[in-house]
Design a protein around this ligand. Sequence first.
Ligand SMILES: C[S@@+](CC[C@H](N)C(=O)[O-])C[C@H]1O[C@@H](n2cnc3c(N)ncnc32)[C@H](O)[C@@H]1O
Length: 344
Amino acid sequence: MNTKADTALTDSSAQKMGYVYIVGAGPGDPELLTIKAARVLHEADIILYDDLVSSDLVAQFSARKIYTGKRKDSHHFEQDAINEEILRHAREGKIVVRLKGGDPFIFGRGGEEIEVLRKNGIGYEIIPGITAAHGASAYTEIPLTMRKVSSSVAFCTGHPVSKIQVPDTDTIVYYMVASTVREVLEAVASKGREDATPVAIVQNATRYNQKIITGTLGELRTGEKPVYSPALLIIGDNIRHSIDDTWYSKKKKIVIAGEDFSMANAADSVKVHFTCKGKSGDYTAVERDEPIDLEYINEIYFSSPSCVRDFHTAYQALPEKIRVKTADQATQEEYEMLFPNTYK
Ligand SMILES: C[S@@+](CC[C@H](N)C(=O)[O-])C[C@H]1O[C@@H](n2cnc3c(N)ncnc32)[C@H](O)[C@@H]1O
């Protein structure tokens, strides 16, 4: 069966035009990608991916990958430049996937991007993704609605401060709050919500380093705890129904250094990949391989002596609590030599 992209590419009467898929990648866990998104990512010639898209996810696809991340302080690509880049590749007849964190239409600028495509007569489709609020809700066991507790929920932005709104819903989820949590909580308190209202801050939802900070509106609006991006703020009585020992927190977080994935059973663990240079010294990793936060890791598996060396170059020491497994005797010896303080 021909896809629309095939049709666009084989229409001989028109200039060879590409096709653009605006795709939501979900909030972080690479397995939260939809089947449809995975299919078009396999078909793509070019993947333009955002800051919040996990590198493990994009690494699976053979298309040319272009990182368009734009973190607040180190702008990589401005939105106009991204639009230009999408158009340029589409006009060259390419199948372009514009891959965004979460859902493209929830604070994702998907709306702006399709306007540009419409204006320029480029064919496109939109594939929804799991937005951060849904990922955070499921992976922290905080239901966003619940009978007799919360019958309405709103998604709002916490940035910029001038755009903070406080709707009259039972549950409010604020996106983009890393630098504005206190301002958001002040705004919520000023609208009359009680100081005892439960609040949860969820950092890195659905990722191995997911962290939940809970408290009351009164406590957290005066607190000093730093909040790191990406983070969401959830406000409402539904948070009373969450627990500390969630299904996700119970999973072992395992670093797989190298290519042997048979080690970790997907059902009871979360895998974090460390890309080794290999013998050639060439990294195959996508741009922006973020350093792994070892504080969240329970176990490391080294697949070869050269992987131990690469890992040692990146992280000179290992926290003592981490359990280490090695593929064979030579790898074990390399590990014992390079990490003598953690080897016991
Ligand atoms: C520009 S918005 C993009 C939202 C995205 N389109 C979505 O649907 O989730 C970026 C904000 O989404 C939230 N976010 C995205 N991924 C997140 C994650 N894994 N954990 C917590 N918050 C996340 C944060 O509030 C972050 O500042």
